[in-house]
Design a protein around this ligand. Structure first.
Ligand SMILES: NC(=O)c1ccc[n+]([C@@H]2O[C@H](COP(=O)([O-])OP(=O)(O)OC[C@H]3O[C@@H](n4cnc5c(N)ncnc54)[C@H](O)[C@@H]3O)[C@@H](O)[C@H]2O)c1
Length: 339
């Protein structure tokens, strides 16, 4: 689908990723971008810099309320579904979290069906691979739940259900969709709801206070950190393409250990501090591994997507943003309720 002069809706539009998608849609010449969010977790502050374009409309609405979604979808060509509870908010409020992740998407798909929306791009997660993190992980790798914490498994399976709901609505009601499975996303307007991004924020906040950054465990745990702007670009490519019914892993393919991450933060901040190692058995975790290699071949070949921002550059942007906001205070994690 052509993006220029088209109208788009981003559910959970006040989200980290939604705000980056909205930015790129405006750059691409979209006629209007509607940001539907009930502000239960996110805040309109994330997108206030976009409202001066005159092409971004903020709508307070709940993906669990059909009439609000139907109203917001009037005249919309394509939907980016980002509204969700990540693992940490799910651990605090599983009732609402699972409702938003599963019934919320069902409501949006049903509304797309009746409003004749051409396509939906669904924000899924590499959590759908669970602990199957040995060897090269491709889009065909099945979920392995062994050893995954219950809340992380609930998040992962809510995303698996989401993917199947997209497939069902495509098969039964001709609602086209693409599934994008992101690894750990970071960037400007970062929140502290992602279990793996917390490693970045916590270490950085301690370094800037002159305190030794804490590494949980022995520091060999790895994650694949992908820049939010690169993820947003993948969303636009998915909407633009003629493909439907396909899933893509959106990751850098590069595993970074907590040791490497903290070393990089210390270098970027010019700090001479050394890390302190602690155990934290009660911590909420995603599937964790000392090995992680996501294939990005399918995204490269079929979508023409590859990450463009290195971890060093991306962390530089995150740090600059954090310094420019309210003295770098950590935003709250606690969800206020779902509807
Ligand atoms: N951030 C990551 O590292 C990451 C990684 C993999 C996948 N994802 C997926 O990408 C998407 C966006 O992630 P994010 O980190 O930008 O999310 P986020 O936590 O920043 O935002 C989620 C948004 O959804 C909104 N929301 C919650 N319940 C709602 C409801 N009932 N109605 C309307 N809006 C509601 C919240 O207010 C919030 O603004 C999510 O689907 C997430 O699962 C994120």
């Amino acid at each position: 689908m052509e993006l220029r002069e088209r109208r788009f809706l981003i559910t959970g539009g006040f989200s980290l990723i939604g705000s980056h998608i909205a930015e790129k849609l405006i750059e691409a010449g979209a006629a209007e971008v509607v940001l539907l969010d009930n502000a239960s977790i996110g805040s309109p502050v994330t997108v206030e810099h976009l409202t001066s374009s005159g092409r971004v409309r903020l709508v307070r609405g709940d993906v669990l309320r059909m009439h609000e979604v139907m109203e917001a979808l009037d005249g919309v060509d394509g939907v980016f579904h980002t509204a969700a509870f990540l693992t940490l908010p799910i651990s605090q409020n599983p009732w609402v979290g699972l409702d938003v992740n599963v019934r919320g998407l069902m409501t949006v798909l049903e509304a797309c069906r009746w409003r004749g929306v051409s396509k939906l791009v669904y924000s899924s997660s590499v959590a759908v691979y669970g602990n199957a993190l040995y060897g090269i992980v491709t889009e065909e790798t099945p979920f392995l739940g062994v050893g995954v914490q219950p809340v992380a498994a609930l998040y992962a399976t809510s995303k698996l259900m989401g993917e199947q709901l997209c497939a069902l609505y495509r098969e039964r009601h001709a609602v086209d969709s693409i599934v994008l499975r992101y690894s750990t996303v970071y960037g400007e307007r970062q929140h502290s709801r992602g279990v793996n991004v917390l490693h970045i924020l916590e270490a950085y906040d301690r370094i800037r206070l002159g305190q030794r950054p804490i590494i949980v465990g022995d520091g060999r745990e790895v994650h694949d950190y992908v820049y939010a702007g690169d993820v947003a670009r993948a969303n636009l490519l998915a909407m633009r393409s003629d493909l439907s019914g396909e899933s893509f892993t959106i990751a850098t393919g590069v595993a970074t250990s907590l040791n490497e991450l903290v070393r990089l933060l210390l270098r970027l901040t010019g700090s001479g501090l050394t890390p302190e190692y602690r155990s934290d058995p009660g911590r909420v975790r995603s599937a964790g591994s000392t090995e992680m290699r996501f294939s990005r071949e399918k995204a490269a070949v079929r979508l023409g997507w590859a990450p463009e921002v290195s971890l060093e550059d991306g962390l530089g942007r995150l740090i600059a943003w954090r310094e420019s906001t309210t003295a770098g205070a950590t935003p709250p994690v606690t969800p206020q309720g779902g509807s």
